[in-house]
Design a protein around this ligand. Structure first.
Ligand code: 9MG
Length: 299
């Protein structure tokens, strides 16, 4: 008979909710917020504001104080129509910021990149995660990510930023994103030596999807749980909100919070957002309902 003092199974259950991210252990037993820090001159919703190192640090510090668990640093814009940058240019933008966030704030930093050279450098710089909107499809990315030792978020997209919103087309969006694409990328990662306990998945809202595709993916997002991997979603300020509500980018927060609540109810583990404080409140409120009260999580 199992002793009441034997906590091994409880610990195993708890560990299933923890993600090793370099020096950090990320607790995913409740939904976490990832703050967006773009270090590009052309990012769609905060373009050019946080390029200077000091500004980037202050902005990240504020997001952490507001409850962000992760800061996602990106040096190549992925907004529709964005042009690619060279690996060196991307490294020059990202590296000093990652280094400073780790050194000055001891932050858990995710690096938003598809570039193998940047992935290789990310671990060395002290980053804790790789966020790849191309799901490690670029040549050399699987090997680079595997060698970094970091967890990787694999995101679905159709097309490339330059053309992805021109005519997105699916027969069955949910099945094609989950079973046809993400499941295959997970298998490719495992074949390259990236174990499942280092993988997260993301349906890629807005990446080669019409408004109808996005709404359907969110409505049926529970389907992603069949892959039994942590689920990251990014809908903050995206055009799906603008198109449904007729709002410009700076007026999309209320719509985004509604989507956040629905995503949490459907099993999202990480919410990638620009507006951290408001999102933390929305997450905590939704979580309190799902838990039927109790303490809100300490973000
Ligand atoms: C970089 N980036 C922009 N949008 C994103 C989203 O929805 N998910 C992830 N993982 N990254 C994103």
């Amino acid at each position: 008979m199992k002793s009441l003092l034997d906590t091994s199974s409880t610990q195993a259950a708890e560990n299933a909710f923890q993600l090793r991210c370099g020096r950090h252990l990320l607790d995913l037993s409740f939904p976490r917020v990832m703050g967006v820090l773009n270090v590009t001159p052309d990012s769609f919703s905060d373009g050019g504001q946080h390029v200077a190192l000091d500004d980037a640090l202050r902005h990240a510090e504020r997001m952490l104080a507001e409850g962000a668990a992760i800061i996602d640093v990106g040096g190549e814009s992925t907004r529709p129509g964005a042009l690619p940058v060279s690996p060196q240019e991307e490294l020059d933008r990202v590296a000093p910021v990652v280094e400073a966030l780790v050194r000055e704030l001891d932050a858990l930093v995710s690096v938003d990149t598809s570039c193998p050279a940047v992935m290789r450098e990310a671990g060395e710089l002290g980053a804790g995660m790789i966020n790849d909107v191309r799901a490690l499809e670029r040549e050399g990315a699987l090997l680079a990510a595997a060698g970094s030792g970091l967890p990787v978020c694999l995101m679905h997209r159709q097309g490339e930023p330059q053309n992805m919103q021109q005519a997105p087309s699916y027969q069955q969006p949910v099945e094609e994103v989950v079973a046809d694409y993400l499941a295959r990328r997970v298998a490719a990662c495992e074949a390259a030596g990236l174990r499942r306990n280092r993988l997260l998945i993301d349906p890629g809202f807005g990446f080669g999807k019409s408004v109808e595709h996005n709404l359907r993916l969110l409505k049926y997002m529970q389907s992603l749980q069949t892959l039994a991997l942590p689920l990251l979603v990014g809908m903050s300020r995206k055009s799906m909100i603008g198109k449904v509500l007729g709002r410009p980018v700076e007026e999309r927060l209320p719509g985004g919070l509604a989507l956040t609540a629905m995503a949490v109810e459907r099993g999202a583990n990480i919410l990638r957002v620009h507006d951290v404080a408001a999102t933390v409140d929305a997450v905590n409120m939704t979580w309190a309902v799902l838990q039927e009260g109790g303490e809100p999580p300490l973000h």
